[in-house]
Ligand binder design. Sequence first.
Ligand code: NCD
Ligand code: ZN
Length: 349
Amino acid sequence: MTTLTIRRPDDWHVHLRDGAILKAVTPYTSRDFARAIVMPNLVPPVVTVADARCYREHILASVPQGHSFTPLMTLYLTENTDPNDVEAGFRDGEVTAVKLYPAGATTNSQSGVRVIEKVYPVLERMAACGMVLCVHGEVTDPAIDIFDREAVFIERVLEPLRRRMPELRVVMEHVTTRDGVDYVRSAGDSLAATITTHHLIINRNAILAGGIRPHYYCLPVAKREEHRLALRRAATSGDRHFFLGTDSAPHLDPLKECACGCAGIFSSLNTLGCLAHVFEEEGALDRLEAFVSLNGTAFYRLPPNEERVTLQRHEQPVAFPRMIETDDGLITVFDPMFPIHWNVAGEAG
Ligand code: NCD
Ligand code: ZN
């Protein structure tokens, strides 16, 4: 049997939601990850440090006994965000990052930023204190094709912003294109990117070929094969500018399987098994630890986890559940369309 022992991973981008879904999904994240950057796009969003404090309590109440897990809180940037609140929360260790959603770019982003200049005072303050800005890097201009929105965001928003504030530390969240990967590679040490599990595995055919498959629909939408290959090269290269953000984004099945289904893929449950498969396929198992346990922690200037976990390759595929139950209904688990032979030693699927 093949085994691989690595430092305990962190997830640098996850949606845990609130209420019944929070209760059902948090145990999967807290089982496999020591820390996670928790996205603030609740309804209503987490906009102040007081909101984050309250949300953090809800999260901690859903962590099973025996799991050691630290949620790293984020604030949802709005045009009314108070720079003093952000800085105080960061200095007190209550919030780790701020998330920029262009208004209308994705699920629950209506309160996001319309005019970037309006948030310059917050961003300048963050640049001065070294706080990370997490960016949903897609323009919302309806004239731009949905498959081009990331590349156009880089050109129209991100590059001008970084030129204006070169010290601002930015994570391009869930990068999905070769353009994004190349941009991050060329940008120096104030820019990094998260890559999701699913974007390493599916391209846009998974959503559209042979029937419409809502459980592969997420934002940014999966792109052409050449982009998936570029993401794989980046993730498995060991390059410290790339690290795991699962973007695990659970939605109840009826909200995905309908005429206007929402974006989001739930993958926290089997992510490490899927990633071990991908890295093995790429002959890069020795670089999995950098991607899931080292690169993100270095960018966030946090100490790496001391705890170790062992991943195990089984002869027979691991029986991960196809869906999970919550008090509000079922949530389908990401299906990578290959049998998963890896899991964390000692864990059921
Ligand atoms: C996320 C969600 O459902 O909250 N959806 C998604 O497709 N990734 C929002 C996001 O991260 O864009
Ligand atoms: Zn997300």
